[in-house]
Design a protein around this ligand. Structure first.
Ligand code: ADP
Length: 584
């Protein structure tokens, strides 16, 4: 539009009229009187005239001037009607319409040519015609199964898919159908996206990646159209992999809520239809990842759609060690680093956290001007990732520091004295940016899949050990135990409501977990009366463990003092030092 307007105001007048000078009416009158006029053309609202030699053309507004024609006649001017020639209609059409159109056509061709050159080759992007909001990444990111450490079960499961994509004939001959969809479920940062990319990398096929939220649009029907487009593209490029990340964004249960999300439901319906619509064995495999499998619509997870569910769990000890090694290859590490030890310390960390730990270690090495990261870097970075950076300028008063020392030794001592508790790895009272003033790092010897009732009780006792130590040593209590209280309560409540570990409620589920992979929130499912009972029992349970912790500490009062003073002086002690003093 802008270009059109510019052409019309600047270019068209150039073609249309010879130059006309505008003058005031006085000039016109004096020229008339001095008989300087050549041709004159009187129009409705303007007068156009030339000088005697008919070279210059002037124009002026028309006034209510009686006797004008008379005077003009007397001045010898010739009346004319064609001083300014009308531009031919053909020319004006040409200039005002065809020129801009030609301009746009040329511009369009230039852009298309430029664009085609880019996408025609091995570019990363496909443009999707109608709904151009999509970006699909081709397979060549180079991620292979070897880049994904641990997760052996998931890899085994997916290897079959890769094999199928390499050699579909083998499967067709027997009449086996490949699953159409595979759902990767697991906590965040365990490598689901990586696994999907690795499948594409191994199979060397195009990889269409899209996040579930990208389907959700403001207008109803747009998401559905995107799904259609996606599948159309995929079928053209088959064999290929379509990866939908965070599928819960569109795959949530359709419920009859008033004012439900129309757009989302339409998108889901389209997805359901598309997944049913293409025949088996056509080479399109759909991978989807989610942290919240329980929110997915049952129609989506039924066989024939996402008929396989591959759990991608938090890595175990060996998995953690392997992940650390994979990531350590990308940085320079000292040859004597004990990865197993690091993996043991980082219990419960996800793949993403482990990658972060390795990177933090490398950053720390750079900060200290060393050429490679060593064991201490890795150990410190675990603490950074778990508890935040050391707070260099946090000044605790002497009394506070003493209380924190007692608190932490309280935890460790209670843990060590209960045979089933894991020994401590490290105790520190250096404040951290996360707000922790100190912490006790427990290390589990092997992998734990089950926890006995005694172990849970001991764990609760360990949580209360910090507060118990404060009570015994100082006779007063502080706010330092807030996190312990939270954890102990959570465990005690879970014992009663989910693990069936109480006399009164037997094996009845009083709580359902709603977010298994995202923190494990639970919602109560019982009557108000039962809730009251649960609350009472939780209090009783925690109180009993608190008493037990206090008893243990009182029995070992001398050791408590000795260890606390030692920690107060050193600020950080290892599990070994701790055990030496305890048993010494
Ligand atoms: P998710 O999709 O499960 O949330 P990602 O696949 O995006 O997690 O993983 C995030 C990052 O964590 C990856 O880029 C990778 O560096 C690291 N990571 C996670 N799991 C692993 C693993 N098993 N092996 C190697 N690296 C991993």
């Amino acid at each position: 539009m802008l270009i059109l307007m510019l052409i019309n105001t600047l270019v068209v007048p150039l073609f249309a009229h010879p130059k006309v000078t505008e003058v005031d009416y006085g000039t016109f009158m004096s020229m008339t009187e001095s008989q300087d006029l050549g041709l004159v053309e009187v129009e409705n609202n303007q007068i156009i005239f030339t000088d005697k030699a008919e070279e210059k053309i002037y124009k002026t507004g028309r006034m209510d001037d009686e006797g004008l024609i008379e005077r003009l006649y007397q001045s010898g001017a010739k009346f004319s009607s064609e001083i300014v020639e009308e531009t031919s209609p053909l020319l004006s059409l040409l200039v005002s319409w065809l020129l801009p159109i030609a301009f746009f056509v040329i511009l369009g061709q230039f852009i298309t040519k430029h664009f085609m050159n880019k996408t025609g080759g091995n570019s990363m992007m496909f443009n999707m015609g109608k709904s151009n909001a999509k970006v699909y990444v081709k397979s060549s990111n180079g991620i292979m199964f070897s880049d994904v450490a641990g997760e052996d079960e998931a890899k085994e499961n997916l290897t079959e898919i890769v094999d199928y994509l390499h050699n579909p004939r083998k499967y067709e001959e027997i009449g086996a159908k490949m699953p159409k969809g595979i759902l990767l479920v697991g906590p965040p940062g365990t490598g689901k996206t990586m696994l999907a990319k690795a499948v594409a990398g191994e199979a060397n096929v195009p990889f269409f990646s899209m996040s579930g939220s990208e389907f959700v649009e403001m207008f109803v029907g747009m998401g559905a159209s995107k799904v259609r487009d996606l599948f159309k593209q995929a079928k053209e490029k088959a064999p290929c992999i379509v990866f939908i990340d965070e599928i819960d964004a569109i795959g949530q249960k359709r419920d009859g809520r008033v004012g439900g999300n129309d757009e989302r439901e339409q998108t889901l319906n389209q997805l359901l239809t598309e997944m049913d619509g293409f025949e088996g064995n056509n080479g399109v495999i759909i991978l989807a990842a989610t942290n919240r499998p329980e929110t997915l619509d049952p129609a989506l997870t039924r066989p024939g759609r996402f008929d396989r569910r591959v759990p991608v769990e938090l890595p175990d000890l060996k998995g953690r060690e392997e992940i650390l090694k994979v990531h350590a290859k990308k940085i320079k590490v000292a040859p004597d680093v004990d990865f197993e030890h690091i993996a043991r310390m980082a219990s419960g960390a996800s793949g993403a956290e482990l990658a972060n730990i390795v990177n933090e270690a490398a950053l720390r090495a750079v900060r200290d001007n060393r050429s490679c990261a060593n064991q201490a870097d890795l150990e410190e970075s675990i603490e950074v990732v778990i508890a935040g950076y050391q707070k260099k300028n946090a000044i605790l008063t002497d009394q506070e520091k003493r209380i924190v020392a007692y608190h932490e030794i309280g935890h460790a001592l209670v843990a060590a004295k209960q045979t089933n508790s894991a020994p401590v790895q490290k105790i520190t009272i250096v404040p951290r940016t996360s707000g922790a003033l100190g912490y006790t790092m427990q290390v589990e010897e092997g992998n734990h899949y089950l926890m006995s009732k005694e172990e849970i009780l001991n764990k609760i006792a360990t949580f209360t050990g910090g507060r118990a130590a404060e009570e015994i040593a100082f006779g007063s209590i502080t706010t330092g135990a807030s996190n312990d209280i939270e954890q102990a309560t959570k465990l005690a409540r879970a014992m009663l409501t989910r693990y069936g570990m109480s006399e009164d409620f037997d094996m009845v589920a009083l709580e359902t977990v709603t977010n298994q992979y995202l923190g494990g929130d639970a919602s109560l499912a019982c009557s108000a009366g039962t809730q009251e009972k649960i609350d009472e029992q939780v209090v009783a349970l925690v109180r009993a463990q608190h008493e037990k912790a206090r008893r243990i500490l009182e029995e070992n009062r001398a050791k408590l003092d000795e260890l606390s003073n030692y920690l107060y002086d050193r600020e950080t002690i290892t599990g070994e030092e701790f055990m030496n003093i305890l048993n010494g």
